[in-house]
Write a protein that binds this ligand. Structure first.
Ligand code: 4AD
Ligand code: MG
Length: 505
């Protein structure tokens, strides 16, 4: 048995492929199957001349997603996905599928999410998972080749690290325990033992709202480095992200193309990342400071106008298709085509209307932003729309950041935190910081955050026994995949998303 992804080695010879029928088209005496075998998609042609009549009749009617094993000759065909076609000489049906619920017509997202266990088979979802897998591989390559140790933090924990409002509480033999919000505190202990480490594990946050950026369960990569200050931390972040961008461009470019990613935008992102302070970011947000001649508020107003024009144009087209359909007398193929196109355009209009509906709120929230607050999702969108590369925002007001961040010597109302915001409106993908390494100051912050000091005793030990400057960061894998693939929502970046209102499938 061979795999579709290796067909290039078998040009001119017979192969056996096993997979599922992703698509079927019948034409006189020929059946064109798109076979999906997990490794790829390939057109397989069954000719009435090459198989017996009963078998041909069977394959002519084979339902989508039926499983089968087939044999045939590999021929080069540049017009086909993958570049090869298989001319089938024989096949065995493994299971004839029941009527498949996901069809070519436009499905709503809720329907697709309810069928996530099947939706994962569709080409776009398949490609997204391939990109995710490549990123995971490249993340390990990056750290392992630079002397970092991968170490695992526990998932049951007794302390909160990222605020008490998003904790999932569970019962640990009669004692309350929380599902880990971050491996960082343990990462710090492990860095004091091994120098440079990274954790890569599931992370849990109870986020009781539906947004395009929040999952209840997500995967985070958290490097932690002894003897690093926040400058070195930012240098590492930049080296890391640019390495990953280059890696996907090199290794999963065709998958990104399949998803419809504008590759040139990713290529542009592999350039030095601007580093700006929180104070500067606030000015950019409020339109008091331009970025490369672009003003946050003015570009939003221009976009609003442009979206309005797009909507009007699409509505004209929808009317055209609908009047053609209403006039009747069309062949079945035409009817389906017009109906699908009209449905697609309607979905696009809905999306554009949603976008347009958001913009006035974004402008309003940007103009009224209060210095000292944390940025909301829309504020991040407004800022990052002006940038082509990820953007690093450092020196944050102490009050909006976690207890462990080191104060700035020059002004202790600020801490040495860094957020990395992905461009094109995506927003935060990394949160990191230099850690407070002074025992008294750290204890003072734990109390100020009203956290129970006794659960942090072990963590405070790290400041008692050879405390050193150290720093680290956390990359949210799903947010990063969403940006790399330019997806509207993180729910498509993980096989089975867990989020507010979604526990199944
Ligand atoms: O900014 P956060 O909360 O930082 C930490 O947890 C630090 N302990 C990391 C560190 O310094 N070691 O989270 C880090 C990243 C965010 O930037 C975001 O990418 C992701 O984790 N993230 C989420 N992703 C999906 N859904 C959520 N609910 C997320 N919350 C955070
Ligand atoms: Mg954060």
């Amino acid at each position: 048995m061979q795999y579709i992804e290796e067909l290039g080695q078998y040009e001119g010879s017979e192969v056996t492929l096993k997979g599922w029928v992703a698509n079927r088209r019948n034409s006189k005496g020929l059946v064109f199957l798109i076979l999906r075998d997990g490794s790829g998609f390939c057109q397989c042609v069954v000719s009435a001349e090459k198989v017996d009549a009963a078998a041909f009749e069977e394959i002519e009617k084979i339902p989508l997603e039926s499983s089968l094993s087939l044999r045939g000759l590999v021929v080069k065909d540049d017009r086909q996905i993958g570049g090869y076609e298989v001319q089938v000489s024989g096949f065995d049906i493994i299971q004839e599928a029941a009527e498949y619920p996901i069809s070519k017509k436009e499905h709503g997202v809720d329907f697709l999410m309810d069928h996530r266990h099947l939706w994962l088979r569709s080409k776009r979802q398949w490609a997204i998972m391939r990109v995710r897998n490549r990123l995971i591989y490249a993340i390990h390559n990056f750290f392992q080749s630079r002397g970092f140790m991968q170490m695992d933090a526990p998932i049951f924990t007794a302390n909160a690290s990222e605020g008490t409002s998003t904790l999932f509480e569970t019962d640990f033999y009669g004692q309350p325990a929380y599902l880990s919000q971050s491996g960082q505190l343990y990462g710090e202990a492990m860095a004091m033992a091994q120098g440079r480490i990274y954790t890569f594990g599931p992370t849990f946050r109870a986020e009781k709202s539906k947004t395009r950026r929040h999952l209840s369960e997500f995967w985070m990569i958290e490097p932690e480095m002894a003897f690093y200050d926040n400058e070195k931390n930012m240098d590492l972040i930049e080296e890391f992200l640019r390495y990953l961008i280059r890696d996907v461009l090199e290794n999963v470019r065709e998958h990104l193309e399949l998803i419809g990613r504008d590759i040139s935008r990713l290529e542009k992102a592999d350039a030095p990342f601007p580093r700006i302070t929180y104070d500067e970011a606030v000015q950019i947000l409020k339109g008091e400071r331009d970025v490369n001649g672009r003003n946050s508020i003015k570009t939003l107003e221009e976009d609003l106008k442009k979206i309005g024009e797009d909507i009007a144009e699409k509505k004209v087209k929808i009317d055209e298709y609908e009047s053609l359909l209403a006039a009747g007398g069309l062949k079945k193929g035409k009817i389906n085509y017009y109906r699908n196109t009209a449905d697609r355009l309607k979905n696009e209009v809905k999306e554009l209307e949603e976008k347009a509906g958001n913009i006035p709120q974004w402008i309003d929230s940007a103009l009224h932003f209060k210095h000292g607050n944390d940025f909301g999702g829309s504020d991040e969108t407004v800022i990052t729309r002006l940038f082509e590369t990820p953007l690093m925002v450092y020196n944050w007001p102490r009050e909006v950041k976690a207890f462990y961040m080191k104060r700035c010597e020059e002004d202790d109302r600020y801490v040495k935190g860094v957020d990395v915001l992905a461009p094109e409106g995506f927003g935060e993908i990394i949160g990191g910081a230099e850690r407070e390494d002074n025992l008294e100051l750290l204890l003072e912050r734990i109390k100020a955050h009203r956290l129970p000091p006794e659960t942090f005793e072990w963590y405070l030990d790290l400041r008692r026994y050879g405390s050193v400057p150290h720093a680290g960061f956390g990359l949210g894998l799903e947010r990063f995949v969403a940006w790399i693939c330019h997806l509207p929502h993180v729910r498509e970046t993980i096989p089975f998303p867990r989020m507010y209102g979604r526990l199944t499938p």
